[in-house]
Each structure stands twice: as C-alpha cells, then as structure tokens.
Design a protein around this ligand. Structure first.
Ligand code: GDP
Ligand code: MG
Length: 734
C-alpha cells in the first residue's frame, strides 16, 4: 500500500503551492464527506517513491472550532497518515508552531517544512534549522514552495522519518493540570478508553479542554468513566478559578505558547531587519494613516514637483544660454542660406531640444529614486491604488501623471520615463500612453495666450478647468484602453511594504545617472533626424524666386525714399543685416515687409500646404489654416504653437512668454471666438505628444508601434473632442 503524507499548516503558509509543486498535474479535487470543505489529493512519484499526498484545509489549531479544523482533525485521527508535513511560515514562527505542537501532542509523525524562508531572510530573520529540529525532535527542512526549492529534500526527510514511530510530545501544563492529567491518564489507559481514537494523555487533555466532540463520543462508550473524567475536570477548573482566576483552556494555551517561545528563543537570530520592520510599522502608522497620510502625500508630491521643476531651472538656463551662444556663433560664422538655416534651426535647435530636457530628467529621477529607495513610493502606491485601479492603472501611476504635468507645468518626457516604477507591463503601457494628456509646461503658453485673449476675466477658473479636463480625459482613456487594446487582469497589488531605509548618496547618484544617460542615448540619436525633417517641412519648398525679389524690391523702394545720412546697419527679426535708419517709420515698414514675406514663406512650405489642405476638415473644429500650421509645428515642441501663430499672423517671431499683442490680434480676428479658443484648448490638451515624448513612448513601450499609436490615436481623439465642442457650441449659439 502506498504511504500517505498529509500537508497541514496555517492558512497562507504555502500549502497549496507546495502541494502543486509536489504532485504536479496528478491531483484530484473533491470534498470531504458531508461538508463543502475542499479535499485535494495527489501523488508524488519520483526517485522510486510513490506517495499519496493530501492537502488539508488551512487551520491555526486542531480544536474543532470551525469546520476546517474539524475536517483536518478527523482526517488525522481516522486516516492516520504515515507522516504529516506541517508547513510553517518561517517569518512567523511563533504563531505557526502552535499547530505543530498540537500535531506532535497527538503523537503524529511530523516533519516541518520551514516555508517562505526567502521572506524570512529578507526580513533579517535567521533560523537555525538544525537546532530547531533537535529541540522539537522532528525533521525540519527549509523550503521555498514558490520555486520548489527544498521540496525534494522535504519528501526524502519525511519518508525517512515516517519509518520510525515517535512518541507523543508531552508538555507540562503546570502542577495543577499535570496532576489532573496524570490521574485521568491512569483511568483512561486502565480501560483502554477511546483507545482507537488516540492515546490516553491526549484524550485526557481533550476532557480538560472541554472538547465537545471527544466528550460526547466518550459518553457514548463509557458514561461512567466519562462522568468521572468530567468530575476531575470540574475540580481542577474550580481550583484554577479560585487560585488564579483562570480556566484550564487558557492555562493550556499559555503553556503551549510558553513552550514555543522557549524553543525559538535559541533558534532565531534577528538582524537589524526586524527592528527596521518594527520602526517601519511605527512610521507607517502616521504616513499611511487614513487622514494624515493623504495630506502628507500631497505635500511630498508637491515637494517632488517643486524639486524637479524649480531646481532644474538653473541648469536648464545654462543649457539654453549655451545653445543660444552656439546659435549666434553659427549665425555670425556662416554665410546666409540653407546650410545656415539647417544648422541653426535643424541641428542646434534639435540637439538643444533634447539636451534641454536632461536637467529635468536628472532632477525627476533623483527625486523618484529618493522616494523609491526610501520606501515611500510603495506607500503612495498603496494609498492611491484603489482610485487608480478603478481605471485599470496602478497606484504608482500617479508619479508619471504628476511629473507629466498633472499639476500644470510638468513635462511628458520625464513623465513617460517615470512609468518605470510600474512593474506590470499592461498598467505601465496604459500609464505612459495617457500621461502625455497632462498639461506640460510647453502647452501652458498656448493656454495662456487663449485665456488672455478670450477669458481674461476668469483666468483661474479656466486654468483649473483645463487641468481637470486633462485628468478626466487621461483616466477615462486609460480605462478604455484597459478594456480594449490593453485588456488584461490587473496585477494583484502586493501589500507588502518594504521597510523604510535611508538611501545612500552613491545609490541615488548611480540610479540617476544611469537613467539620464539612457535617455540621452535613446532619444538623442533619433531626435536629431526628426528635428531635421520638421525643419525641412517648414522650409521647403522655398518661396519662388519671383516672390522673393518682389519683397526685396519693396524693401529697396522703402529705403530709397529715406535720406541716406540717417541710415545705419541694423539687424532685422530674420537675422538679416539691413541698412535702416533711426526713424521708427522706416524700421516698422521694413519689418512689416519681412513678416509678410515670412507668412508667405511658411504658407508656401510643405507644413503650410498641409495646414491649408487640412482646412476643410479642421474647420469642423474651428481651426483655419493658420492654426493648422501652428499645430503641425507644435509636433516638434508645443511651445512652437505660439511662435508659429505669431509668424502666420504676421507679427514676427513671438516670444511665447510675451504674447499680449498676439492675444489682441486673435481677439479682434474674425476667425476667432471664445468657442474656437475652447476647441483649440481641448485639441492642445489631447493631440499628439511632442516628438521627444513620442520617441520616449516608443522606447519605453519597446516598439515604434506605440509611438505611432500615440500620434494617431491622440490626434484623432483630440480632433473628435474639439469638433464635438465646436459644433455643439455653434448649435447652442455661442
Ligand atoms: P495556502 O493558503 O497555505 O494554501 O497558501 P498558498 O499556497 O495559497 O500560498 C499563499 C501565498 O504565498 C501565495 O501567493 C504563494 O505564491 C506564496 N508562497 C508560498 N510559498 C512561498 C515561499 O516559499 N516564498 C514566497 N516568497 N512566497 C510563497
Ligand atoms: Mg490553500
């Protein structure tokens, strides 16, 4: 006959995992007779062994207080397995050994599987297995059920030990109970009372514990003896009540715990980890408190935000000056023409655009590394998980959203990179595709321009509305994506919170630098090419020779009408050195011609033609060709929208930060209305991310497919929403 091994253990100790490891596919699931408790059986046949394995229900004790406990105990008493493997959670030995003690008291052949030894180790708990085995008198085998580590050794140890009969464990329960137990034991063994169920001392113990099931069985067999045992129990209970104000069950439990404590005292060594855990729990009582926690979290988020965007300002400015200097040097050194334009607008601006993000990324990663390494990030995720989970995201998604501009003024490039803290690929993808909907710093000038032009009375309200629209849009789109193309179960949130610890400077520095360098390598190479393509789109085809000469002729005509002694060399907006004079009239005149030429040039270029061609469709959302060109330009970088609008409205290059004259122009333009402004605001929030962000999305998502998706999907979504807003608004008569 094949031997039976039963797996016992507390709930969540890893019984089922171990059972699956041992039996593989050879298992049979049924119910214990008459109850709904699941009974799992299987066979282990390896290395010449052929063993039947039964997975008992998880229990903390063997007093039949619950159906699971009763089922487990009945099985052990009736089927008398050759061996019971008690799976104990090594990180929680004190509590788990309670069941082991009871099994051993029953006189069963027990073997301990010290499971989750990996978790115990990471918590700094070291267990001397040999000593534990010696003290308990049973084999003890460390295991990691999840990986199967130790399972072979466990079975070998168990089947070897099953060949020896062991005597039941006897624990002292103090003088009073020990005396009663001895007395009862004598009576029981004299009559072989319930001898088929268990050994005498255990039956006596059950009488002391007032175990209803055993007592009623005893009453049936031998009412007289049962009454006698009941009388002894009453006597000792009265005595305990009088002397110590306690009762037998409590004394028994106390002594069992005491016995366990004395055993593990010399077996467990706790490293600093345990103390850290204790301290961490204390800290968590405040930091993840239901009321204070969120407030602290808002503070931390604001802090990170400020840190990223305020302190990076200085190096950003240095880089800007550096590239400004490079531009003007190139300007001075190179002759006018295409090459110069390519080098300045294509190469220097492109590379500058990429490197301009470097300080931002460094500061953001430094901040996030700090939060991650210290353990706080896990707490944030823990607190926010319920909200984000509803939208198919993860608590850790919040970082990406905030950094991308969840508080207006972030940047999607570091935001997309911040999704690295997400471990699950699906939630990460959904986050990095929706984070660019946040209002990054480059979209702000566009909003500022439109708000100044059309909603100057309630600026704050409109800006708040814009922020809310971005958040709602991002979360709803995330939900939709997670229900459709990125469908899949959310990863179960790992509740385990790592202990807090102070990050090291070295660790922070290395983390930050690695990530930043990766960005430079990954984005830098592609951006240069794309930036040149965009430059070419705005430059070619060039204005026909005849038109260029016509503008030149106008300028010369204006000059000719001016007295020559007041003429000096002055640089125009286009960077061309032209003779002009101190009279404002002439200067304005020349600049007006320059701008007209600029407008014509942009309109004539490929970007311009696309803008014009799109006008038929884009008018649905209220955009004319000028807006279209600006939006195409915005693909390079969102701040270009404002400067391009300036160009096409013949105002010359417009500094995005000082656009008041442009605002005025828009307000008075017949093409514009508050409704059209709203439409453009909506479009700006949702349309394709700038090119650097797209490259980052493609890199982080691991495929250009997702980069392309974010361009096409976001732009379609943005256009759909804008058109709906514009058309509905018109119907309602705005
Ligand atoms: P049962 O309630 O005793 O059947 O426990 P399960 O087998 O369902 O395991 C509970 C959880 O602990 C599962 O998520 C397992 O993947 C995990 N687990 C089980 N054994 C180990 C282990 O040795 N190490 C670690 N880290 N996790 C484990
Ligand atoms: Mg289970």
């Amino acid at each position: 006959m094949e031997a039976t091994i039963a797996l016992a253990g507390n709930p969540n100790s890893g019984k089922t995992t171990l059972f699956n490891t041992l039996t593989g596919a050879r298992q049979h699931v049924g119910n214990y007779p008459g109850v709904t408790v699941e009974k799992k059986q299987g066979t282990y046949s390896r290395g010449g062994l052929d063993i039947k394995i039964v997975d008992l229900p998880g229990t903390y004790s063997l007093n039949p207080y619950s159906m699971e406990e009763e089922v487990a105990r009945d099985f052990l008493l009736n089927d008398q397995p050759a061996m019971v493997i008690d799976i104990v959670d090594a990180s929680n030995l004190q509590r788990n050994l309670y069941l082991a003690i009871q099994l051993m008291e029953m006189g069963l052949n027990v073997c301990l599987a010290l499971n989750m030894i990996d978790i115990a180790r990471t918590r700094g708990i070291e267990i001397d297995t040999e000593k534990l085995s010696r003290l308990l008198g049973v084999p003890v085998v460390p295991t990691i059920a999840r990986t199967g580590e130790g399972s072979k050794m466990l079975i070998e140890a168990a089947s070897k030990a099953s060949q020896y009969d062991r005597s039941p464990l006897t624990i002292s329960y103090g003088d009073d109970l020990d005396q009663a137990l001895d007395e009862m034991e004598d009576l029981i063994s004299g009559k072989d009372f319930l001898g088929d169920i268990c050994h005498p001392r255990w039956i006596a113990l059950k009488y002391l514990e007032k175990d209803g099931k055993i007592i009623s069985q005893g009453r049936e067999r031998d009412p007289e003896l049962s009454a006698e045992l009941g009388e002894i129990t009453r006597r000792v209970a009265d005595h305990l009540e009088k002397t110590m104000n306690t009762y037998p069950e409590a004394v028994i439990a106390d002594h069992r715990h005491g016995y366990i404590r004395s055993i593990i005292k010399g077996v467990i060594t706790r490293h600093h980890g345990e103390d850290r855990f204790f301290l961490s729990d204390r800290i968590d009582m405040v930091l993840t408190n239901r009321f204070v926690g969120p407030l602290i979290m808002i503070g931390v988020i604001m802090g990170l935000y400020k840190f990223t965007f305020t302190y990076s300002e200085l190096p950003v400015n240095w880089l800007e000056s550096l590239f400004g200097w490079l531009s003007s040097s190139a300007d001075a050194a190179l002759p006018d023409g295409l090459v110069k334009s390519l080098i300045i607008s294509g190469v220097i601006d492109g590379v500058g655009g990429v490197l301009g993000f470097v300080p931002l990324i460094m500061f953001m990663f430094l901040g996030i590394s700090l939060l991650e390494d210290s353990g706080y990030l896990a707490r944030m995720a823990y607190m926010l998980d319920r909200v984000f989970r509803y939208f198919g995201l993860h608590g850790s998604s919040v970082m990406a959203f905030i950094v991308s501009g969840g508080i207006a003024g972030g940047c999607a490039v570091p935001g997309v990179m911040a999704t690295r803290v997400l471990k699950s690929p699906k939630e990460r993808l959904a986050t990095l595709l929706t984070a660019p909907f946040m209002n990054c710093g480059a979209k702000l000038p566009v909003f500022a321009l439109l708000v100044a032009a059309f909603f100057s009375e309630n600026e704050a309200m409109v800006m708040l509305a814009i922020t809310l629209i971005a958040w709602c849009g991002a979360l709803i789109v995330a939900k939709i994506l997670r229900l459709t193309i990125i469908r899949g179960e959310s990863t179960p949130f790992v509740m385990e919170l790592p202990p807090y610890h102070l990050p090291t400077f070295r660790g922070l520095f290395i983390h930050t630098w690695e990530r930043t360098w990766e960005y430079i390598k990954k984005a830098g190479t592609v951006i240069l090419g794309i930036s040149i393509v965009l430059w070419a789109m705005m430059t070619f085809p060039a204005l026909p020779e005849s038109q260029q000469t016509e503008y030149e002729r106008q300028r010369q005509g204006l000059l000719a009408s001016t007295p020559s002694e007041t003429i000096h060399e002055v640089e125009t907006a286009q960077g061309r050195t032209l003779p002009t004079e101190e009279s404002p009239a002439l200067q304005t005149g020349i600049e007006a011609i320059d701008r007209a030429e600029n407008e014509a040039r942009v309109r004539y270029s490929l970007a311009g033609r696309i803008g014009v061609a799109l006008e038929t469709i884009s008018s649905l959302a209220g955009f004319d060709w000028r807006t279209n060109i600006a939006l195409v330009g915005g693909l390079a970088a969102k701040e270009v929208v404002v400067s391009t609008l300036g160009t096409v409205y013949s105002l010359g290059e417009t500094d995005p930060e000082e656009s008041s004259s442009l605002a005025e122009t828009l307000r008075e333009s017949p093409h514009w209305s508050p409704l059209a402004a709203w439409s453009l605001i909506i479009f700006t929030i949702f349309y394709a991310p700038c090119i650097v962000a797209v490259v980052c999305i493609a890199r982080e998502a691991g495929s250009w497919k997702w980069g392309a998706f974010s361009v096409v999907f976001n732009t379609s979504l943005a256009f759909g929403l804008s058109a709906i807003v514009f058309q509905t608004g018109r119907l309602l008569g705005f």
